[in-house]
Design a protein around this ligand. Structure first.
Ligand code: NI
Length: 259
């Protein structure tokens, strides 16, 4: 079964049918989901989802677009919530110079501060990095992120050269719907280059729906399209992609297989 390493089911896009959708996932072969915090409000919402659904785990952290509201109190809250038994990572954290909602120094400050929580709590991290390849890499090197407890560079959008740097640090790349886009050539190259043992599947739902559902609300039900495309690119059977990426996610998040 498929392991969904990155979704935002607390997003209001799921308000009309969240419970029905989540309860259907396992029937469609989605075994487990990591709900990833983005905003400060999503900290509590993610805990609620982890507590309500046995197959949902959580990543605790604040997205670079949202760090304007960060302070010591929020940091304390992240420290406390990441000790929840179903919290499996710190994230999503990083740098976003595409939307550029917060200035770069503010983004770097809270990125580094949250990385320190991951180090102290001995947890993996989930990195968001958009149009900020150079700065993200230099922060990661400065913090010796490769010597920490592992992590994912989610929705990987950079070149093979940058991918190589992260793979050499022992990190995983998150592969999502962009892989199926006709303009997703760069990601196809990265996915073909990276060892399957360092890839995880993700949707980033409700965003980035793969072809043939591009433009619509995304959900984990679309993961087979991504897995199929990855299997084609790598020339390996679909089931191998599903099994290996599932094992990768479980190893990183410290979740023993239950079936
Ligand atoms: Ni995300």
């Amino acid at each position: 079964m498929i392991f969904e390493s990155h979704a935002h089911y607390d997003d209001e896009a799921f308000d009309p049918d969240r419970d029905e959708l989540l309860n259907s996932l396992q029937d469609y072969g989605i075994e487990a989901v990591v709900n990833v915090c983005a905003s400060i409000e999503s900290l509590d919402n993610t805990v609620q989802l982890m507590e309500q659904y046995p197959f949902i785990y959580g990543a605790i952290g604040v997205h670079p677009d949202e760090v304007g509201g960060m302070n010591e109190q929020v940091m304390e809250k992240i420290r406390r919530l990441c000790r929840h038994p179903k919290a499996v990572a710190i994230g999503e954290i990083g740098l976003d110079y595409h939307w550029d909602k917060e200035n770069h120094d503010t983004q770097k400050k809270w990125f580094c501060a949250q990385m320190e929580i991951a180090r102290q709590e001995k947890m993996p991290f989930i990195i968001h990095s958009r149009d900020a390849a150079e700065d993200t890499l230099s922060v990661m090197k400065e913090l010796r992120a490769g010597d920490m407890y592992g992590g994912i560079v989610h929705c990987f959008s950079y070149s093979v050269e940058i991918a190589r740097e992260y793979l050499n640090m022992g990190l995983y790349l998150g592969i999502g719907g962009v892989l199926t886009f006709s303009n997703g050539k760069k990601l196809k190259e990265v996915a073909a280059y990276a060892p399957l043992e360092q890839l995880v599947l993700e949707t980033d739902s409700p965003y980035l729906s793969p072809v043939p559902n591009r433009g619509k609300r995304n959900s984990s039900l679309n993961l087979p399209y991504i897995a199929k495309e990855l299997a084609n690119l790598k020339g390996v059977p679909y089931d191998q992609v599903v099994d290996v990426t599932n094992a990768n996610a479980r190893k990183l998040f410290g979740l023993l297989h239950n079936g």
